[in-house]
Every structure is written in structure tokens, then in C-alpha cells.
Design a protein around this ligand. Structure first.
Ligand SMILES: *Cc1c(COP(=O)(O)O)cnc(C)c1O
Length: 642
């Protein structure tokens, strides 16, 4: 069993304990090695920790990946040596040993927040290696505080700490004895006490028990239970599509059992910044410790207010009143209800919704009613769905020359129904789950004009397009059109949790509330403080990564890398918009088969219908983008979608 060895501080005897653990493993006849990826103070070669390991096992003779000269914090010692410590290199260095030896002891440098470089600390390395961790503390005055701080931090980062070593203990000292007693009461794992002056031999004997008995929790994900009892989206419960067990996800990478996958989907538009973002993680932890939830009827709180201020800062001008709700579908329900209630105070005959074909707005009944009737399966729910009005799917693509004639059918259908239309709802510029179609902004300009003429409201469902995917905060800004009501969701929380909002103008809100009426919706989890905090941290994160330029670069790269797909005979269309790349082929994909192909090739891409597409996270590198695009190309070329 491999372990990471860290300390509450520097000079607590980590190297001594690592060497003692190594000895214990060797005494049990195991193939163990000890390594130290980063060490400072190497100008004094006697100080080399690796020499201590070597004294236990002469074959254990690996020099640190970063052997830095000055005896100071690694980031400073690295600067003095003119190098930068790269986390990825440390991870690769350790993984090399981890794949070649059954037991690897990885010793950190200093404590958890010792900087490796300007952005990353030792705990980032521990987190990435995902090893059970041994915490070494020096048993003196202050040990309780240092130890508990470290243990709490490890726990918050999801790192298991099965062993605490109280090193340099002194049986005669009252402090030393009471530390042990207190920590025994407050730590659930095993505690080993090593006295000051003890030899490696004697320490290793005390550690033997732990080494012998410790069984890491390697419980497999119960795929059988999943298959028998859990529904997955749009799949048969009798013969479900295969589900892969995910252990964790970091940045662009998803850890499934036995494999690391490069993510090309952002979990359906949500995780635009990749997975496991430290600032967002800490926003939840911070909030959970003060208020997880409180009813929004009669109460309000800072997370809801602060998020509201932030949203109004980035939303198109005129958006003014925010309704927080649970999910994208619910935000659409809320928008439709707003439109109907608005018209009840204005022009009650207007009670129909107009939309365009090829749309997707969610899976609840109101939302389904405005989804594309074919892909949205209206026939299945025909009796229960309200009949809405459908205009054609916009013909002219975004970025191409606009053909005025294509507006004619919209003109006709709108004037024919002008007394009935309460609102027009569309996904602006990008139709997502209804077919990944990108259309010209002039349709939106036209719909805006028509709505104003006939007294209907314009609703933009920006659940998919919001928060940077097209290179601006919202598609409305790209198109230069402002709606009366807007739905946001998905990337609102960077993929952390389900949360959404419907935002309307002051006029819409005030009109709804005329004649002593109120807006009739109030979800239990409205403005959930955890979700609000996460959303605020997410928007701050988005603002910190220069997303506009990044998305522009991604767009350029996607265009370049997907170009080659055009040459394949089965490819009907290749289109790129912002950080979305779509390859449309001439037949429906076999999802299970093509999924297997992608997983075998180390990427996560999940096509639907005839579209094989990727929506990478904004921090994706050029090489990663190439890998995603190459995989799409190969999947078609090798006919792995059949
Ligand atoms: C995903 C999506 C929805 C539904 O959101 P859920 O959170 O899945 O309910 C609504 N509208 C659009 C445009 C979407 O992409």
C-alpha cells in the first residue's frame, strides 16, 4: 500500500518516519521504495533525505526530481536555482514509481501549504496523487493545534489520513503526554508515538502493526447496483447503455476506474473551467459552515444578495429582477409563467407561446411544450402538453451572409397569431440539445422588433449559452439583442450543483404584480445559500481567467483542427462557434459503440443523433484540443460510430 508522508511543519522528522516505514515494509518482505520529489537544502549533501532511505535499503537510491540548493521553502529555493517547480512533472515522477512498485512512500516537503510555485502548494500534489496520507507531528507545545489544523485541511480536501505519528515525544513531559491523550480522543485513525532519540529500527517496529493491518478503502464502484436500480438520462432500464464509474475529476481530466479521460463535454455545458476548482471548493466549505439553507419566504441572506449584484453587473442592461430556482427546466417554467401572468394584466387573450423548431428547453411539461415536437417527443405526451405555435428552424447560419427572404415565414406566422402570442421563447444563436445548430443574429433582431410591435415578450433561454461559451458572458451580448426575460442555469455554478435563475425587466415584474397580484412560484430551495455562494465564486472565477480571449483562441483552434473532417465522405457539416465544435454526419451514431471508441482513446466525448461535438473547458491546452479533434476525426474515419 503506497502512502504519502506529510508533516504539520518542517523539522518534525518526516524523513525519519518515512525511512522507518520503509524499513517496516522491507521487514515484511515487500517491494517498497521511498521517494522525495522535491527537496531543498541540497547544497549540503549530508542533508539529503534520500541518503537516509539508502541507509535502510542500499538499492533505494533515487535522487529528488527537484534537488534544490538553498535550505528554504521549495518555491524560493527553486527561484534561487532559476527553475520553476511544475506540479505535473512531480505527479508524473511519482506515478512512474507508483506504476513500477507495489509500495511507494512519497515524502512531501514541509507542511501542507508549503508553496511549490506561486500558485500551487504541497497539498495540491497530495490531492493529485490521491494516496492515503501519514501525518507526522512533533510532540511538543502547540502540537494539538498544528495537528488538528492539518487533519481538518486534509479532510476538507478529501484526503484520507489513516495514521498520525507523534514524533519526538518525551514520556517524562506532561505536555507530551497530554497531547497524546487529547489527540487520541479527537483522531479516529491510528496514532503511533515515537520518542525522541529512538532509532529507525525501533520506530519501524512500532509502525509494523499499521503497515501490516492497514487496508486502504479500494471499494469498487458498484456498477451492478447502478445497472439494476438507477435510471440514467434517456436510456433503457431493461438494457441500459454502459455507464463508466467515475472516481474523481481534476481540471480537464476525469478519473474513471483504470483510466484517465480528457474531458471534451464539460458535463453538458456546465463545467466551463474544468473540475475541482480550489476557489469554488472553498466557497462551499465556507458557506456550509455558516448557513446551508434557509427558507426564502420571510428570510434573505448575503449569498443571494451578493450573487444578485454580480449578476446585474454582467447581464444585459435592462435585466433587473431575479428569480432564483432549481434547474434550467424550472427556469423555463418560471419564464413561461411570468409571460402568461404578465399578459393576464395586459392582454389576457394572449396565452400562447411561439418558438422555433429544433429547440430544447428542458424536460418538464411547460418546457417540453416548447421543445422541438419531433426530438422533444411531443407525440408521446400529446394529450397533456399545451399546444404552442412553431415557426421554422432558422436557415441562415451565424457568421454567414443573411438572406432576408428567410424571414418571411416568421412574418406570416407572427402576424397570423399576433393576438394570441404571449411570448416568443428561443435559445439565442445556438440551439443546443435540439441539434447543435448556430443561426444568424438577424433572426433575433427581427423577433425583438416583432415582439415590440405585437406586445409579446421575448424570452431568451440562455441556460446553455450563458457564461462565456460564445466568447461573451451571454449570447444576447453577442447578438446585440436584449430580451424581456432570460433563463440562466448550467454553467451558473461551473458544474458544481443544480441551480438556475430567471431574470426579467422591471416592467415585466411590475406588470405581473398589478391588480394586487403576485408571481405564483416559490420553490423550496429558492436561493439556496450554498448554490448562491458557489455561483458567485464561479462568476468570479470566470472573470479571473480572461475567458473572452481564451474562447477566441479555442474557436480558432477548433476550426483549424476540425477542418480535416470535411474531407470525410460521411461528414455533412462542420461548424464551430465560440468554444463549441460540431461535426454532423449522415446517420445517427451508435452511442454505445462510439463511446467505447472514445474511452479507449482516452477522451470523453458523447455524441447524440448525428452530431459528434465537443465543448471543452476554457483552460484547455492546444495539445488537448488537438487530441479531442483527432479523436472525433478517427471515430468517423474508422466508422466507429456505426
Ligand atoms: C439544459 C437546458 C435546459 C434544461 O436545464 P436542466 O438544468 O437540465 O433542467 C433548458 N434550456 C436549455 C437551452 C438547455 O440547454
Amino acid at each position: 500500500m503506497s502512502l504519502f508522508i506529510t508533516g504539520t511543519d518542517t523539522d518534525v522528522g518526516k524523513t525519519f518516519i518515512t525511512a522507518s516505514l520503509l524499513k517496516a515494509y522491507l521487514d515484511l518482505g515487500k517491494d517498497a521504495v521511498a521517494i522525495k520529489p522535491v527537496q531543498s537544502g541540497c547544497e549540503n549533501s549530508d542533508a539529503l533525505d534520500t541518503k537516509v532511505y539508502k541507509s535502510v535499503n542500499p538499492n533505494n537510491n533515487f535522487s529528488p526530481l527537484y534537488a534544490l540548493n538553498l535550505a528554504t521553502s521549495p518555491h524560493l529555493a527553486a527561484k534561487a536555482d532559476g527553475v520553476e517547480i511544475e506540479l505535473e512533472k512531480c505527479v508524473n515522477y511519482c506515478n512512474e514509481f507508483l506504476s513500477n512498485h507495489k509500495e511507494v512512500l512519497v515524502e512531501g516537503a514541509g507542511g501542507l501549504f508549503v508553496p511549490l510555485n506561486d500558485n500551487q502548494t504541497m497539498i495540491d500534489l497530495i490531492k493529485r496523487l490521491d494516496l492515503p496520507t501519514v501525518l507526522v507531528a512533533s510532540n511538543k507545545l502547540g502540537a494539538i493545534n498544528h495537528t488538528i489544523l492539518s487533519l481538518k485541511t486534509l479532510k476538507n480536501y478529501g484526503i484520507k489520513t489513516p495514521l498520525l505519528v507523534l514524533n519526538l515525544s518525551d514520556e517524562k513531559s506532561e505536555i507530551s503526554r497530554s497531547n497524546i491523550e487529547y489527540l487520541r480522543l479527537n483522531f479516529k485513525g491510528e496514532i503511533v508515538v515515537i520518542n525522541s532519540g529512538e532509532s529507525i529500527d525501533s520506530a519501524s517496529k512500532k509502525l509494523l502493526n499499521f503497515v501490516k493491518n492497514f487496508k486502504p478503502n479500494t471499494q469498487k464502484i458498484d456498477l451492478e447496483f447502478d445497472k439494476n436500480h438507477l435510471f440514467h438520462p434517456y436510456t433503457s432500464s431493461i438494457s441500459p447503455l454502459k455507464s463508466y464509474g467515475v472516481k474523481s475529476a481534476n481540471g480537464s481530466y476525469i478519473e474513471v476506474e483504470g483510466k484517465t479521460l480528457l474531458d471534451g463535454m464539460c458535463s453538458w455545458w456546465c463545467a466551463y473551467g474544468g473540475y475541482n476548482i480550489p476557489s469554488i471548493n472553498s466557497s462551499i466549505i465556507k458557506q456550509i459552515n455558516s448557513l446551508s439553507h434557509i427558507m426564502f419566504g420571510g428570510f434573505t441572506h448575503a449569498p443571494a444578495i451578493n450573487l444578485g449584484k454580480k449578476l446585474l453587473e454582467i447581464l444585459p442592461k435592462g435585466m433587473d429582477k431575479i428569480f432564483y430556482c432549481d434547474s434550467g427546466s424550472v427556469s423555463v417554467e418560471v419564464a413561461l409563467k411570468m409571460a402568461i401572468q404578465y399578459q393576464q394584466n395586459k392582454d389576457p387573450n394572449k396565452n400562447k407561446i411561439l418558438t422555433i423548431l429544433g429547440g430544447y428547453h428542458g424536460d418538464t411539461f411547460g418546457a417540453m411544450g416548447v421543445c422541438d415536437p419531433t426530438t422533444g417527443m411531443h407525440s408521446m405526451f400529446g394529450g397533456i402538453l399545451s399546444k404552442q405555435i412553431f415557426a421554422p428552424k432558422p436557415k441562415c447560419k451565424f457568421g454567414e451572409i443573411f438572406d432576408e427572404k428567410t424571414l418571411k415565414p416568421y412574418e406570416e406566422i407572427i402576424s397570423k397569431n399576433s393576438d394570441k402570442i404571449a411570448a416568443i421563447i428561443v435559445e439565442p444563436l445556438v440551439q443546443g440539445a435540439g441539434g447543435m445548430w448556430f443561426y444568424h443574429e438577424n433572426y433575433l433582431k427581427f423577433l425583438r422588433k416583432k415582439c415590440d410591435e405585437i406586445g409579446a415578450l421575448l424570452i431568451f433561454d440562455e441556460v446553455a449559452t450563458g457564461f462565456g461559451r460564445l466568447g461573451e458572458y451571454f449570447a444576447s451580448s453577442v447578438a446585440g439583442v436584449t430580451p424581456d426575460i432570460m433563463c440562466i442555469g448550467k454553467a451558473l455554478t461551473a458544474g458544481y450543483m443544480s441551480f438556475a435563475a430567471t431574470i426579467c425587466t422591471k416592467d415585466v415584474a411590475d406588470t405581473i404584480c398589478q391588480n394586487k397580484r403576485v408571481f405564483m412560484h416559490g420553490p423550496t430551495f429558492m436561493a439556496n445559500p450554498l448554490a448562491c455562494s458557489v455561483a458567485l465564486a464561479s462568476i468570479e472565477y470566470l472573470q479571473s481567467i480572461n475567458f473572452k480571449n481564451r474562447v477566441k483562441d479555442i474557436e480558432k483552434e477548433l476550426k483549424f483542427e476540425l477542418e480535416k473532417c470535411k474531407k470525410l465522405p460521411e461528414v455533412v457539416d462542420v461548424r464551430v462557434f465560440g468554444a463549441i465544435g460540431v461535426v454532423e454526419i449522415d446517420s445517427e451514431v451508435n452511442v454505445e459503440k462510439i463511446q467505447e471508441f472514445f474511452v479507449e482513446n482516452g477522451v470523453w466525448i458523447r455524441p447524440f443523433g448525428k452530431n459528434i461535438y465537443t465543448m471543452p473547458q476554457f483552460n484547455v491546452t492546444k495539445d488537448e484540443l488537438k487530441k479531442l479533434c483527432d479523436a472525433i476525426y478517427e471515430s468517423i474515419k474508422t466508422r466507429s460510430y456505426k
